[in-house]
Design a protein around this ligand. Structure first.
Ligand SMILES: Cc1ncc(COP(=O)(O)O)c(C=O)c1O
Length: 402
């Protein structure tokens, strides 16, 4: 239903040729088919680090635990320690009884690591994205968003009442056309541009320097979702906004991916952060992030700082994997991060590959519509730190030539 509403809103508001293929209307019978989750599948997801289960488990090439921190002893120890002293949940919202020293500690550590004036924690990235859009847009704001932004951002736009204009994926000429359209237009607020820094299903990144240049030129605000880039891209994993952060209005990040934990944050200038604290319902009226998760994220941050080469090693592996897969004829969008989508085409074929890989001990999930456009089903391969050496060889042998 929500998809349908967004679809209608977008159709009305898209003056250029990029139609919203990703959200196009899908017949109901097909919706049911593609949304069916087979219970029990998740039980097969074990990491290769778990040696006892190794023989019966799959090597995980699907989850977003890029730095393999999810079961790291330091994270578990930190979470346990905090759980033993503070309990499981925060027990209240941030402005009532929910704020603990660990929240402040994590916010300050992130401020310092990302060189940001203010960081505010949220229970999830989905919620942080909703909050970010609601803070930066209202019904008078033209929102110019990459065609492939995350669903949480789309819902934020819808909730804000703003009019959405989607530019082609990473197509900055297209973005500029929209920006020109609204530049100095009477009775219109300055636009908000929204992008991700590492797209979750494409593994691609935008030219952020160019986007910032355009935003400055046409006086637009910029929101960047760094969910998949943090811990992975940019100097020592600080994300692609790190060196440009003073020109980005707001950054959102999550601990649910490379940080191996859960929860999220928004980072921005102090004045905007103060506004969020005073006015943002998604920050004020929700139970604060669970203290053990804060402790785990803080432990993850310490590890990432202690091992500044992890992100570049992951990128090096990504380049090798991409090169080898391409040499077998597989089509892969350009990127350097750990998300490597193999474009396959039909749902059936993608599922077939998923099954074959599973038989060879690799967990690799077929991504199908509506998550990706019709006809663009793919295998989303995610590489992680510390994968067993033979993984790439098994993958190449099993996939064969495209
Ligand atoms: C690009 C992007 N942003 C935000 C989120 C939401 O993050 P979280 O899982 O912390 O809610 C996701 C997760 O799927 C994502 O892929």
């Amino acid at each position: 239903m929500v998809c349908k509403l967004i679809c209608v809103a977008i159709k009305k508001s898209t003056p250029f040729k990029h139609q919203n293929k990703r959200m196009q209307k899908i017949p109901l019978h097909r919706k049911r088919k593609i949304r069916t989750w087979v219970p029990g599948n998740e039980l097969t997801i074990f990491q290769e680090l778990d040696s006892k289960k190794k023989s019966e488990s799959l090597i995980d090439l699907a989850s977003n635990d890029y730095l393999s921190l999810n079961r790291h002893p330091k994270l578990i120890e930190a979470a346990n320690k905090t759980m033993n002293t503070e309990g499981l949940g925060a027990g209240g919202s941030r402005l009532v009884t929910g704020t603990r020293p660990i929240h402040k500690k994590l916010e300050e550590a992130l401020q310092e690591w990302l060189n940001q004036e203010q960081v505010l924690l949220f229970p999830s990235g989905f919620q942080a994205n909703l909050a970010a859009v609601l803070a930066l847009a209202n019904r008078h704001t033209p929102v110019l968003a990459d065609r492939l932004i995350h669903h949480s951002l789309l819902l934020g736009i819808k909730a804000s009442g703003a009019k959405l204009y989607r530019y082609g994926h990473n197509n900055l000429n297209d973005l500029e056309k929209y920006l020109k359209l609204f530049f100095n237009k009477k009775n219109t607020q300055s636009p908000l541009v929204i992008t991700e820094s590492l797209f979750s299903m494409e593994g691609t990144s935008p030219n952020l320097k160019k986007i910032i240049h355009l935003c400055k030129k046409y006086k637009a605000k910029l929101l960047v979702d760094e969910a998949h880039a943090l811990g992975v891209l940019g100097p020592e994993g600080r994300g692609l906004c790190y060196e440009l952060s003073s020109s980005v209005t707001m950054i959102s990040g999550t601990f649910g991916k490379a940080f191996g934990s859960g929860g999220a944050f928004l980072a921005c200038k102090k004045s905007l952060g103060e506004d969020l604290i005073q006015t943002c319902g998604a920050f004020r009226y929700t139970t604060a992030l669970a203290p053990p998760l804060c402790a785990a994220s803080l432990a993850a941050l310490k590890l990432i700082k202690l091992h500044p080469k992890w992100p570049s090693e992951l990128q090096r592996d990504s380049i090798t994997w991409r090169k080898e897969l391409k040499s077998q004829g597989w089509e892969i969008p350009y990127g350097t991060g750990p998300i490597i989508p193999l474009l396959i085409g039909t749902d059936e074929k993608a599922l077939q590959y998923q099954k074959i890989l599973e038989q060879k001990g690799l967990l690799c999930v077929a991504i199908r519509p509506p998550t990706v456009p019709e006809g663009q089903s793919r295998l989303r391969i995610v590489i992680r730190r510390n994968l067993p050496r033979e993984t790439l060889r098994i993958l190449l042998n099993t996939l064969g030539k495209s």
